[in-house]
Write a protein that binds this ligand. Structure first.
Ligand SMILES: [Zn+2]
Ligand SMILES: [Zn+2]
Length: 396
């Protein structure tokens, strides 16, 4: 068993005992767990079998005074800045360095600066470290789903009705370029001794079952800067902006929140990406309004068009005008329907255009028009448009 294996595995965690557990406590914990996960009692359960192997391995080390001492020493060394390779090192078989860690390729050399550092952040680094060799079950880092991102977009009225592809600028977390995401000025952070690089600490362990919390000492990163990077103040993270083309479906309404699956922050260690939520704002149109799938428009008509009837041209959104037949005696405020001239629905069909008639009153009359209206007034002198109103007012 190499030192590397030692530091990757938290055998205390595997057995659910504290670091200063007595031999008797270790023996007791081992027996209890071994009974629980023994293959005979869990036939066909691969997870239980895996767990049983871990437990046995942990007991082999911690149950042996000499081996336990070596294990503790190796971990203490590793936790105190032991990222040092090769000859002269305290342990001959301590054979990986930062180039190995941050360069990505196992066995590869130092890759110089940020070049070898992938876009996935520190999670990838630890995925590479702790998953390598496949044996580090005690500290294996799980895939993590990327974060959901929320963004906003403002569309023109027409874009909202027809749907649009818009550029969306988003900022998210990325590794700090100055320190290659290590958080350390010289790129040589040490592994957090509290969580041994896992970024997680377990609590409430017992019965082979434990809950994990992000490590407080390293804020879940698993690394602690020896000399904090000035750019990111040791966090290892930076804001990164990217612009993405996002398709907004036809028919969105002002204030609507759209979910774009898998368009959020990338996952870590092979986890799925998060989702992107876009809150849509829609600019008002000078002429048209929206009522669900229907568009609305108010059309002025003359008094004679309303009284005598006629054909009225009505504008549509992005299409040729339509002609509406106005029946004689159409009152102001009446709404008529131009079918299929509204907004696009999900199924591709369209809503209607709701046309509200507004009787326009002329303000600038020529002498001929004035004479005609005076004649009209005389002809209708016996009509009182308010008679019904007063009747109703009295009755109530
Ligand atoms: Zn930690
Ligand atoms: Zn930095």
């Amino acid at each position: 068993m190499s030192t590397k294996d030692f530091v990757e595995k938290d055998y205390y965690k595997v057995l659910g005992v504290p670091k200063d557990a007595t031999d008797a406590e270790i023996k007791k914990a081992y027996r209890k767990l071994a009974r629980e996960f023994h293959p005979d009692a869990n036939k066909g359960d691969d997870k239980a079998e895996e767990r049983f192997k871990e437990i046995s391995e942990a007991n082999d080390i911690l149950g042996d005074t000499k081996k336990r001492k070596e294990y503790d020493e190796a971990r203490a060394l590793f936790g105190n800045g032991g990222f040092r390779a090769g000859p002269g090192g305290a342990q001959g078989n301590f054979n990986f360095d930062l180039g190995d860690l941050f360069g990505g390729a196992p066995g590869g050399g130092q890759q110089g600066g940020a070049g070898g550092f992938g876009g996935g952040g520190l999670g990838d680094v630890f995925g590479g470290l702790f998953n390598r060799g496949g044996g580090g079950a005690g500290t294996r880092v799980q895939p993590r789903r990327g974060q959901d991102i929320e963004s906003e977009v403002t569309l023109s009225f027409t874009e909202a009705v027809d749907g649009a592809t818009v550029p969306l600028r988003m900022s998210s977390q990325a590794p700090c370029k100055a320190c290659s995401g290590t958080g350390d000025k010289n790129g040589t952070p040490r592994v957090c001794p509290t969580c041994v690089g896992t970024g997680q600490v377990s609590r409430g362990s017992g019965g082979g079952f434990s809950l994990t919390d992000p490590c407080v000492d390293c804020k879940g990163r698993g690394l602690i800067a020896q000399d904090p990077c000035e750019v990111c103040k040791g966090s290892g993270r930076a804001k990164s902006s990217r612009t993405m083309q996002v398709r907004i479906p036809a028919g969105v309404l002002d204030g609507q929140r759209i979910r774009l699956r898998g368009k959020g922050a990338p996952g870590e260690r092979g986890g799925p990406a998060g989702d992107l939520y876009v809150v849509v704002h829609v600019d008002a149109h000078p002429v048209f309004g929206r009522k669900g799938d229907n568009l609305t428009v108010t059309v002025p008509v003359t008094f004679t068009e309303a009284a005598l009837g006629g054909e009225v041209k009505v504008p549509t959104l992005g299409g040729p005008p339509v002609t509406l037949k106005l029946p004689a005696g159409t009152p102001g405020g009446r709404t008529m329907r131009a079918r299929g001239k509204g907004a696009v629905r999900k199924d591709g069909t369209r809503g209607d255009l709701l046309v509200t008639v507004e009787v326009a009153v002329p303000t600038d009359l020529g002498p001929e028009a004035r004479d005609a209206l005076e004649t009209y007034r005389k002809a209708t002198a016996d009509q009182d448009p308010r008679a019904e109103l007063f009747q109703a007012a009295k009755g109530a």
